[in-house]
Design a protein around this ligand. Structure first.
Ligand code: HEM
Length: 452
């Protein structure tokens, strides 16, 4: 029997009978559509209202199924840390991402997940990370130089999306990807757009995108194995399981597709909210620029790991941006066994979710929660905070594998951006953010860039 079968057979795939959740407070909204429209209209406010009415454990009905929301740091710890291995990510995320990203790392469970995570982690060790930094650094420096040459108003979100995509093309796929670069990146964009689309019309394009990507990766694997390369894809082509066997072609295709999706919108969203926050808080922008200038590196010098280490304020400001607008605002799981939380018995098979967006704005943990204040992440301020109070990267076995990659890209970007440009908002302009499924500014975020 394959490991995949072992993993999924242990898990009850059918949701529990509806009546078995009736003892949990909550309401399921309209027949069929449930609370879906309310959640889409105002995801943060909707959860806050449900919390005020029903408390930290409540029943809801979104996207065709009754689910239980568990709110707060203890809930995050229970589901994400999951010491008792009682929550399946496969049967939580699978409902949303399973069709386009089957068998991506986040969609595997337990022992099988552990084995694949181990194999993939070679691509995130410090040697390969240094080469990704070299390619990110060159790409960022070149793009910032273009912006500097054409200062003025810019829609930041689409500009950041394009940059993240271009950076992924080199750091993930290699500098010599060749003439297919546009074809591959377009296919990839279709696939990612479909994965987060609420409108199912996009699914067809997504599926076609996936077919094109699968073909590209499959053709390239033997070439990369022979020629090698410093990019993430080439690292995965060399990665092995514990017994020394190379990952299969299908595994590499599935992991690469998922990795690119996991990195793309999260980085675009977080870097946009980071720069948006600096535009709205010139005093912090100045502090971070001073930190960058104190590195003592000439504008045309490359960024090193040591430089990034010497940017603690930038890291704190990025963390605060991730608190205010977590790129993954909620995370689903499915209970493998009956469990109890805060006195409520919840049966096996139940779809359960935690909510970083809610936790990150709990006033009892984060005083004046809407305020941008990077000092919340000083050592001192963090000392007595629950370790699952801030979970933009999740936690436990599925904790984001690209977390250091994300910090690296954010700080490398901050270094070039702040060394060359200042950013501001037009007087009176209030950016309007859509917070779900991935936070993004509805109007693209209008900012004004000036050379410094
Ligand atoms: C600011 C940027 C990012 C944020 C906020 C973020 C957030 C997350 C979160 C919350 C999870 C866990 C979800 C869960 O447990 O249900 C996750 C998993 C993952 N992320 Fe990220 N991510 C970011 C960037 C990246 C990047 C750049 C990469 C790759 C280079 C990446 C690769 C992954 C992978 C492979 C997983 C699955 C890990 C596993 O299941 O073992 N992420 N990410």
């Amino acid at each position: 029997m394959s490991m995949q079968n072992v993993a999924s057979q242990a898990i009850p795939l059918t949701p529990p009978k509806r009546n078995s959740l009736k003892h949990i407070p909550g309401d399921e909204g309209w027949p069929l559509i449930g609370k879906t429209l309310e959640v889409l209209a105002d995801p943060k406010g909707q959860v806050e209202r449900m919390h005020a009415k029903y408390g930290p454990v409540y029943r809801s009905h979104v996207f065709g199924e009754t689910s239980i929301n568990l709110l707060g740091p203890e809930a995050n710890e229970l589901l994400l840390f999951d010491q008792a291995k009682q929550f399946s990510s496969t049967h939580g995320w699978g409902m949303i991402l399973g069709r386009l990203f089957p068998r991506g790392l986040m969609l595997l469970d337990f022992e099988e997940h552990r084995l694949h995570r181990r194999a993939l982690s070679v691509a995130f060790k410090s040697g390969p990370m240094k080469s990704y930094l070299t390619s990110l650094d060159a790409g960022i420096a070149a793009r910032v130089a273009q912006w500097k040459a054409q200062p003025g108003p810019i829609l930041f979100y689409p500009a950041m999306k394009q940059l993240t995509l271009d950076l992924a093309a080199t750091s993930f796929l290699g500098a010599y990807i060749g003439p297919e670069v546009d074809e591959v990146t377009n296919a990839f964009v279709d696939m990612v757009a479909a994965s987060v689309a609420v409108i199912r019309k996009q699914m067809g394009r997504g599926v076609k995108g996936r077919e094109r990507i699968v073909t590209y990766f499959s053709e390239q694997i033997p070439i990369r194995r022979e020629k090698g390369g410093e990019d993430l894809f080439s690292q995965l082509c060399k990665a092995t399981h514990e017994d020394g066997a190379l990952l299969s072609t299908q595994d590499i295709v599935d992991h690469m597709s998922f990795l690119m999706m996991a990195a793309h919108d999260t980085l675009t969203s977080s870097l946009t909210s980071f720069i948006g926050a600096l535009a709205a808080h010139p005093e912090w922008q100045t502090k971070l620029r001073d930190e960058v200038n104190a590195l003592g590196i000439a504008p045309d010098q490359p960024t090193t790991f040591d430089n990034l280490e010497a940017m603690p304020l930038s890291e704190m400001a990025f963390k605060e941006a991730l608190r205010l607008k977590p790129p993954v605002p909620s995370m689903p799981r499915r209970a493998v066994r009956d469990f109890t939380f805060k006195g409520y018995a919840i049966p096996a098979g139940t779809l359960v979710g935690v909510n970083p967006l809610f936790t990150h704005h709990m006033a009892e943990i984060w005083p004046d929660p809407e305020k941008f204040d990077p000092l919340r992440f000083s050592d001192e301020a963090q000392r007595n905070r629950h370790r699952f109070a801030w979970v933009p990267f999740g936690g436990g076995a599925h904790m984001c594998l690209g977390l250091h990659f994300a910090y690296m890209q954010a700080k490398c970007f901050a270094r070039h951006f702040l060394q060359n440009l200042s950013v501001s908002l037009e007087p009176g302009y209030k950016p309007d953010w859509q917070m779900w499924p991935i936070p993004k500014p509805r109007d693209g975020l209008k900012v004004v860039l000036k050379a410094v």
